[in-house]
Design a protein around this ligand. Structure first.
Ligand code: FES
Length: 223
């Protein structure tokens, strides 16, 4: 089988995200300090500092009016039947993401799960080297790639055996996804892990908590 994208090969020269096109180098960069042009800024959404609103007095009054209307409607919203509110899926069909021989020891591969709509749902499967596999209790681990700081995409850097974020230099442990350096470490939540199932040589992605993507997880994965 062919995984969506293997490190070391670049089937896609660029990637489209929310109507804009970005270099594939941002996804596979092995140099966090210089990826995407800067260590403190990136073109990926979410990494750009929030723009000041610059509201006029009239706009502010309109906004206050809107907030009041929402507060007034709150009791009715609370009473809305749950079937009218989109529910976040909790389980997914298992997806074959790789064969065990597809990913070399200390290598990684990228896969989309559970959706293929945008980079938010890209994940990395890491084949841990023996020293890290022993610590993790598993040879293969997988995480969603959305950094918990400002949602840039992180990568496994085989040369230094860490997971790095190209935007502000956060570093995560590959054994459990815990942030150890940078702004993500100050937040202190695990990268969302993707549950795996291995049958023979086939590796399946089984589940990921969508609520954790972009925010992280407070509990360590159990592999
Ligand atoms: S987005 Fe800031 S460190 Fe990852």
């Amino acid at each position: 089988m062919t995984p969506n994208h293997r490190s070391g090969s670049s089937p896609r020269k660029s990637i489209s995200y929310r109507g804009r096109t970005f270099s594939n180098a941002c996804l596979s960069c092995e140099d966090p300090a210089n990826c995407c042009g800067s260590s403190t800024k990136t073109d990926f959404d979410g990494a750009t500092p929030t723009k000041k609103l610059g509201l006029s007095r009239r706009d502010a009054l309109k906004l206050l009016g809107g907030v009041s209307a929402v507060l007034a409607a709150a009791p009715f919203i609370a009473a809305t039947p749950s079937y009218l509110i989109p529910q976040v899926p909790q389980t997914f069909e298992p997806a074959l993401i790789a064969n065990t021989t597809d990913v070399p020891v200390n290598g990684s591969t990228i896969f989309w799960f559970p959706f293929t709509t945008d980079p938010t749902y890209t994940n990395m499967l890491i084949h841990l080297p023996p020293n890290l596999a022993q610590q993790a209790g598993s040879e293969f681990v997988a995480y969603n790639r959305t950094c918990i700081h400002l949602q840039c995409l992180v990568s496994y850097l085989s040369s230094s055996q860490i997971i790095g974020c190209p935007c502000h230099g956060s570093i995560y442990r590959p054994t459990d996804g815990w942030p150890i350096v940078g702004p993500a470490a100050q937040i202190g939540r695990y990268l969302p892990n993707v549950e795996l199932k291995i049958e023979g040589q086939s590796i399946y992605a089984v589940n990921v908590n969508l609520d954790d993507i972009g925010y992280g997880n407070t509990t360590a994965p159990t592999w």
